[in-house]
Design a protein around this ligand. Structure first.
Ligand code: GLU
Length: 463
């Protein structure tokens, strides 16, 4: 029987979920779902100085917002210290790890000597076979007996064969500090092995940890997982993505009115592709995603593309889904009459959810004031007369089609053009010159309300 494929996302909580992290999480999630496997969430919070409960919580919140579900309970490394200690003891007992009593002064001396000889700084193994009486007053660290020659080779699912020469990178590295706390690579290996993680997809900033982890897997007699190291996301200038290029906190995208569907679609394409398609629902991705098809090279963040995808999802998702996301931003469209019509009217041009919110507010509420720039640009004596005549001529039209036909007849009689009427009408009805199809706005507001708003505007403008 095959074991269930198991992936995991293992963030170190430092304050928020980074979009690069979300991409890693997404790839792991999709691969697990594709194979009917498990996707685990593990919070790597052993650095008690840097990691806070709030920071871990921020990651869980961001996950919830994106709709990525993990299997089982979240595990926290900070709650697993006893387990790590148990395995450190096992390695000590079996002679695969040992206490090292080197003092700070000895270490400094060694470093200085290596620097002078232009050698790579590394531990020289002086306590590897130590059998004597331990020196007084030194709390020892625990070091692994790492290989001293040869190569560490593995087949990366993204990058192909990766080879490290032991003499270039390895030494008997520390697995437990002198206060007994386990080190980073050790915890990762114990957790991945005991949690049955079969496939590790992570950023290639972890590539240099992999040979150390392989050494530990071998010492512990655990099965080595399949590794996929994904190239970083770069900004448009080719440099590593940072706040200069755009928001890096996932929840900032939420505040910007980006839909999680758009963000996930955007992220999956930063490093993976299927034919020349751009739009993928999560359901499609679960069927299509294959980590062996992740690009080798770094991918480039493109804000315009995210905006384009967001506009696409705003246009196509159900009312319920859009409104669910609007509510996350504190706005409930469903309280308005004909909310579905209102959304359809607004979503054609919206790039973010804020466009919907702003648009809805400007249509539903009679304008309290009028955009001065728009007034300057679009209002003059002539078109105010036209608007007055239009208001007088309006009858009890109901549908956008009726409003449109009426308007066309009216303009023909007046020998005027739609552009002379449309902007003043928009300003009168919504306070600004940006609104969706004017006929649909007329239909949504209805004859009485339209008339009231136009009259109000004309009164203020003295016509
Ligand atoms: N905790 C690591 C990080 O946040 C990830 C470790 C891993 O994926 O192996 O970068």
């Amino acid at each position: 029987m095959h074991e269930k494929l198991t992936t995991r996302f293992a963030p170190s909580p430092t304050g928020y979920l980074h979009i690069g992290g979300l991409r890693t999480a997404l790839y792991n999630y999709l691969y697990a779902r594709n194979k009917g496997g498990n996707f685990l969430l593990r919070i790597e919070d052993t650095d008690l100085k840097r990691n806070s409960k709030e920071a871990a919580w921020a990651i869980v919140e961001a996950f919830k917002w994106c709709g990525l579900e993990f299997d089982g309970e979240i595990s926290y490394q900070s709650q697993r210290f006893d387990l790590y200690k148990e395995y450190i003891q096992k390695l000590l007992d079996s002679g695969k790890a040992y206490y090292c009593y080197m003092s700070k002064e000895e270490l400094e001396h060694l470093r200085a000597k290596q620097e002078e000889a232009k050698e790579r700084p590394r531990y020289d193994g002086r306590y590897r076979d130590f059998k004597g009486t331990p020196p007084q007053g030194i709390e020892p660290v625990v070091r692994i007996k790492a290989p001293q020659s040869g190569e560490i080779v593995f087949e990366d699912g993204v990058k192909g064969e990766i080879k490290f020469k032991v003499e270039d990178i390895m030494d008997d590295f520390i697995i437990a500090r002198s206060d007994g706390t386990p080190t980073y690579n050790f915890c990762v290996v114990i957790d991945d092995a005991l949690m049955g993680v079969s496939d590790v997809i992570r950023g290639d900033d972890h590539l240099s940890n992999t040979p150390k982890q392989i050494v530990l897997y071998e010492a512990l007699g655990f099965k080595i997982p399949k590794f996929f190291h994904v190239a970083m996301i770069h900004g448009e200038d080719g440099k590593k993505l940072s706040k200069r290029h755009g928001a890096t906190d996932v929840m900032e995208y939420k505040e910007m009115g980006i839909l999680p569907q758009a963000l996930l679609n955007f992220l999956v394409r930063l490093g993976w592709s299927h034919k020349d398609e751009e739009i993928f629902s999560l359901e499609e991705l679960k069927k299509l995603f294959n980590p062996y098809h992740i690009n080798k090279s770094a991918s480039c963040y493109n804000a315009k593309k995210l905006e384009w995808l967001n506009a696409h999802y705003i246009k196509t998702l159900s009312f319920e889904e859009i409104n669910r996301q609007l509510k996350e931003l504190g706005f409930d469209l469903a309280v308005y009459e004909r909310a579905g019509f209102l959304l359809d009217l607004l979503r054609e041009r919206a790039k973010t959810l804020h466009d919907i919110i702003k648009g809805a507010k400007s249509i539903v509420n009679a304008p309290q004031n009028y955009d001065e720039n728009a007034v300057q640009k679009f209002i003059n004596e002539e078109n105010l007369h036209l608007l007055r005549a239009f208001s007088n001529a309006l009858e009890n039209q109901k549908t956008s089609k009726e409003f449109e036909e009426f308007t066309n007849d009216f303009l023909e009689k007046k020998q005027a053009k739609l552009k002379d009427l449309a902007q003043p009408l928009r300003i009168a009805l919504t306070g600004s010159a940006v609104s969706p199809s004017i006929f649909e706005v007329l239909e949504f507001l209805g004859f009485d309300e339209c008339k009231k708003r136009i009259e109000n505007f004309l009164k203020i403008r003295g016509k």
